[in-house]
Design a protein around this ligand. Structure first.
Ligand code: ADP
Ligand code: ASP
Ligand code: MG
Length: 406
């Protein structure tokens, strides 16, 4: 008899039949005597269509109102799943994030969990019910509804597992686990049996949206071991946990791609102290989230600075090109969309060399130009044209023979 937190993502609860499928699966665990907390997402497509609706009535919707709106998606699913369980004769009780005791800071649309007091969760578990919690949402100390960023139901599940000291945390999704690359882009990608928190964190942060990056960070901090697996079959999934020595034998664990990126190039900037500080202060004040930054070696007292940003921030970046030029006395500022970041990740990179050269060779064999490069201890990222990203990920996956890794 175990205490289990299970998270079911949007596709897994995407229509009434799938909600009934999830209810049947939960009922089986419950009948065996396990105590289940099920965290659920909005039905697939619902969060996106709510965002679209908001933009149809207002150009820049207030973030507090966005949270009020988006939280309704998960609230629909918790009640439907409770009803589906009731019709199987299983006691079930649905709770919003606030009722589950998830207290967050006040950063609407990307709130951080401050603490959890899961009294109602425990109370209904003790009464023998399956407890169903709305993912992705919480409440501030002042009682305002917040959401935890896209993919935030993963975070709800991990955080509740930590708070109630669950024996097992299972993330049920629409693929069999974490693969060496997105199996929808690379058909011969292989399922990873075990992956370290750090590798999962880097892959998630680099575009492998099978897990929300912040949820992995939380799991690492609180030592929550979890399994990513399918809600459509009973295959074993991928275990995400603390690293061990044998994990270092694999040099590259996975390849990730992040699309919807853009880059800003500021050319002919005087190479003097203080310019970058001034520039990036103005960029931050405009609310533009900067990612990779590259500055060229100075030629005759001038340099070029390029940085990447999410496509969503391009409007804001376009608004400030004039002031960037003025502030830095730059010759030109260009904003380019249609780029993607490709990353290879693996803790084995700490002790093996030659990863960068193999990566660059794979891209060059496909005639793909590398526009920017950045490295960290366990990751190498390159910026390339978005329309070549599928070719690139397949070629890199082949180069590192990730299809052969068991
Ligand atoms: P959920 O709705 O269950 O949270 P998501 O759509 O957020 O599911 O995440 C699952 C999707 O992540 C898969 O359908 C897959 O296309 C994508 N994905 C991207 N990279 C990977 C990877 N390395 N391994 C597995 N899935 C991946
Ligand atoms: N429904 C939210 C989203 O689509 C949260 C989640 O599914 O995890 O991002
Ligand atoms: Mg998800």
């Amino acid at each position: 008899m175990s205490l289990i937190v299970q998270k079911y993502g949007g596709t897994s609860v995407g229509n009434p039949e799938r909600i009934r499928n999830v209810a049947n699966r939960i009922a089986e665990w419950h009948r065996k005597g396990d105590r289940i907390v099920a965290v659920v997402s909005a039905m697939s497509g619902v969060t996106d269509s709510l965002i679209k609706l908001a933009k149809e009535v207002c150009d820049e919707p207030a973030e507090r109102e966005m949270d009020m709106l988006l939280a309704t998606g998960e609230q629909t699913t918790i009640s439907l799943l409770a009803m589906a369980l009731h019709s199987l004769g299983i006691p079930a009780f649905s709770l919003t994030g606030a009722q589950a005791g998830i207290v967050t800071d006040g950063k609407h649309t990307k709130a951080k969990i401050a603490n959890i007091t899961p009294n109602q969760v425990k109370q209904h578990l003790d009464a023998g019910a399956v407890v169903i919690v709305a993912g992705f949402q919480g409440q501030t100390m002042e009682g305002q509804i917040t959401t935890l960023g896209r993919g935030g139901s993963d975070l709800t599940a991990i955080a509740i597992a930590a708070a109630i000291k669950a024996d097992i945390c299972q993330i049920y999704t629409d693929v069999d686990g974490v693969y060496s690359a997105d199996p929808r882009i690379v058909p011969n990608a292989t399922k990873i049996q075990e992956i370290s928190y750090d590798e999962m964190l880097e892959m998630a942060g680099a575009g492998s949206k099978v897990m929300q990056a912040r949820s992995v960070e939380f799991a690492k901090k609180f030592g929550v071991k979890f399994e990513v697996r399918s809600s459509f079959n009973n295959n074993p999934g991928t275990i995400v946990k603390e690293e061990n020595k044998s994990m270092e034998n694999v040099v590259v664990r996975g390849v990730s791609v992040e699309k919807n990126q853009a880059k800003v190039t500021i050319s002919g900037v005087p190479d003097k102290p203080g310019i970058a500080a001034k520039l990036f202060q103005a960029i931050a004040e405009a609310g533009v989230n900067v990612d990779m930054i590259v500055q060229n070696v100075s030629q005759s007292g001038e340099t070029d600075i390029t940085f990447t940003l999410n496509k969503d921030d391009v409007k804001k970046a376009n608004k400030i090109t004039g002031s960037i030029t003025e502030l830095s006395s730059a010759k030109s500022v260009t904003v380019k969309e249609g780029i993607a970041k490709l990353s290879v990740v693996g803790i084995g990179m700490r002790s093996h060399s030659g990863v960068a050269s193999s990566l660059f060779a794979a891209l060059s064999e496909q005639g793909i130009n590398i526009q920017m490069i950045s490295t960290s201890e366990i990751k190498i990222t390159v910026v390339i044209d978005e329309d070549r990203s599928a070719d690139a990920v397949k070629a890199v996956h082949d180069k590192f023979e990730l299809n052969l890794i068991k």
